[in-house]
Design a protein around this ligand. Structure first.
Ligand code: HC1
Ligand code: SF4
Length: 575
């Protein structure tokens, strides 16, 4: 242990602890902008400076280690003056139009400038704004970039895609797409992790809320909204509702008040995906198609984009089942449209997703007998949902729990856990077991596929299961860096599996790029636990027991993998 004094408090910390962490562990927060523990400890912003008694120059606390006998002040007049100058210099190169910024209210730069009582910028402002394709789902505003390098590090170290790089030198140094590429041509998975780890408004999703408002105001359109599993775990964070109060039923109430005609839970179509995917797995496995590579889940468009750009030879091993988002849209524009006597083109389907990549996934076209548009017409993130609630002046405490509409009302616990890493695999195994044996397993029989923790370092879990004497080897991975490691081990023959679930975002969709941002906090683990709790509270925990899914097959699709199901619910992941 090392003993030192911070702000007059005597403390002991483990050797090699940084001064920043030593202070935090002892209830003394030191402000910072660029710091991300274990990922970005480069002292680029110099906001975390502290005074070390006996040393003339201030030192940065994020990359200097606590040493025996140090006496440190984190907020002395000298520290405050220097920190203030450093923030003023950052502001001199930053577009400070906070009122129109997507991150206003949850921006670390805004907060630190306010905390330091900076009410004027004494330096001449030099703003550099580059052109950017405003139609792309991920938007970068170079005029807001503070060169903290977090996006570069998250993409390099956690997602191992290296989409971002440093460009220019000296005061012209900035961040841009690697290799001077346009973002559309870069191998960006659209996981959005760079957005959720940006301390300011330099990165954001394309705003699609106006499209949704327009559709809601259009009397000729029937607006049908679906809400993804992971959204219920996080929307309360931005609205002040506790996790147990922030139910999906209240989101449905809000959507109806805003102007949605019908509201549904994506959990219904997660069950539908399981029906198709579990049956597809059993068919491909028993047909001996999975000898060299396993079948991969395909509901995460971040992963599908990654597979296409990094491992194109594996695309044919992706499940052909569409994601729940896409299946929902397809069912809405056919089965549901017929039920309510509308034409597909009069139905406008909206998804509320924790995800940025879903905005690109929606481009998929829907053909059945004839072209019926897109499965999904607009995708908004959890953050955009909350923005819409605010602009509709909805007070969260006035919301009531209302059920989703019929006839796609029921969802099971198996569909709920789709939003957390391991959930798709667990749900699929519950149904695959029933397909193989004709009876249900214990609902928690496949707990072994759950990740021990949902963070980037514990992103892989392997399990070997035996169903009716058949051995099934599974792996579950989240985070694209972890995925690359796993796939490379597979390519070298070090590991072999039959069925693999991949989610691009660490922890799965609960940690998605469209979720509320809390700078420096990783909440995927807490949100994931909420989904497991909801699953264990559910009356029905098997997708194949969902009565509305059974009705859909009886009335419309026939059976899983039928011709109609193939036309509407499957895709070839065209390259
Ligand atoms: Fe997901 Fe999925 S779980 S991909 O994370 O399969 O986005 O929540 O909606 O489609 O159901 C996201 C979440 C979501 C789909 C489902
Ligand atoms: Fe989107 Fe979920 Fe995949 Fe992240 S893990 S890219 S939120 S689908």
């Amino acid at each position: 242990m090392v003993n030192l004094t911070i702000d007059g408090k005597s403390i002991s910390v483990k050797e090699n602890t940084t001064i920043m962490e030593a202070a935090r562990q002892n209830g003394i927060p030191i402000p910072s902008l660029c710091y991300l523990k274990g990922i970005n400890e480069i002292a680029a912003c110099r906001v975390c400076v502290v005074e070390l008694v006996g040393k003339e120059r201030l030192i940065t606390s994020c990359n200097n280690v606590a040493e025996e006998g140090m006496v440190i002040f984190t907020n002395s007049p000298k520290v405050r003056k220097d920190r203030r100058t450093n923030v003023e210099l950052i502001l001199s190169q930053h577009d400070c139009q906070c009122v129109t910024c997507a991150r206003s209210g949850c921006c670390s730069l805004q907060k630190i400038a306010n905390d330091l009582n900076i009410i004027d910028i004494p330096y001449r402002q030099e703003i550099d704004r580059r052109e950017w394709n405003q139609d792309f789902p991920l938007i970068r505003d170079s005029a807001k970039c503070i060169k903290c390098m977090r996006c570069i590090q998250i993409c390099d170290k956690v997602q191992k895609l290296s989409v971002w790089d440093v460009e220019g030198t000296g005061s012209r140094t900035t961040v841009n797409v690697s290799g001077h590429m346009n973002i559309e041509d870069a191998p960006c998975s659209l996981c959005g992790q760079c957005i959720t780890h940006c301390p300011v408004g330099a990165l954001r999703e394309r705003d699609d809320t106006e499209k949704v408002w327009d559709a809601m105001a259009d009397e000729k359109k029937t607006v049908v909204v679906q809400v993804a599993p992971a959204v219920r775990t996080s929307w309360g964070e931005q609205t002040g509702l506790a996790p147990e109060e922030a139910s999906v039923g209240k989101i449905m109430d809000a959507l109806k008040r805003m102007g949605a005609d019908y509201v549904f839970d994506t959990v219904f179509s997660a069950d539908l995906t399981i029906m198709e995917e579990a049956n597809e797995f059993v068919r491909r496995f028993t047909a001996g198609e999975l000898k060299s590579y396993p079948m991969f889940t395909s509901c995460c468009p971040g992963w599908v984009r990654f597979a296409k750009s990094q491992y194109p030879h594996l695309v044919k091993y992706l499940s052909t089942a569409k994601s729940p988002q896409q299946m929902f849209g397809a069912v809405m524009k056919t089965y549901f449209a017929e039920k309510i006597g509308k034409r597909p083109e009069d139905i406008y389907t909206v998804s509320v997703m924790p995800c940025v990549a879903k905005k690109a996934e929606r481009e998929q076209e829907l053909f059945y007998e004839e072209y019926a548009g897109h499965d999904v017409d607009a995708v908004i993130t959890t953050r955009e949902l909350v923005k819409m609630m605010r602009s509709a002046h909805i007070s969260p405490e006035t919301l009531r729990d209302i059920p989703g509409d019929s006839p796609m009302q029921e969802g099971t616990g198996a569909g709920v856990i789709f939003g957390v890493t391991g959930g798709v695999m667990e749900a699929a195994l519950r149904t695959a077991y029933a397909v193989i044996t004709g009876e249900n397993p214990d609902a928690d029989a496949f707990e072994a596929v759950r990740s021990p923790g949902f963070n980037a370092n514990e992103g892989v879990s392997e399990a070997e299961l035996t169903i009716n004497g058949i051995r099934i080897r599974t792996a579950v991975v989240s985070g694209l860096g972890n995925t690359r490691t796993l796939l490379d081990r597979m390519e070298k023959g070090e590991v072999q599996y039959d069925f693999v679930e991949v989610m691009a975002c660490p922890g799965g969709c609960v940690g998605g790029g469209g979720q509320p941002i809390h700078d420096g906090q990783e909440l995927a683990f807490d949100r994931g636990r909420q989904l497991y709790r909801l699953d264990s509270d559910c009356k029905i925990r098997f997708s194949h027991e969902n009565p509305d899914i059974r009705k859909l097959y009886e009335e419309y699709m026939g059976q899983p993998l039928s011709h109609k199901a193939h036309m509407l619910l499957h895709t070839e992941h065209g390259m």
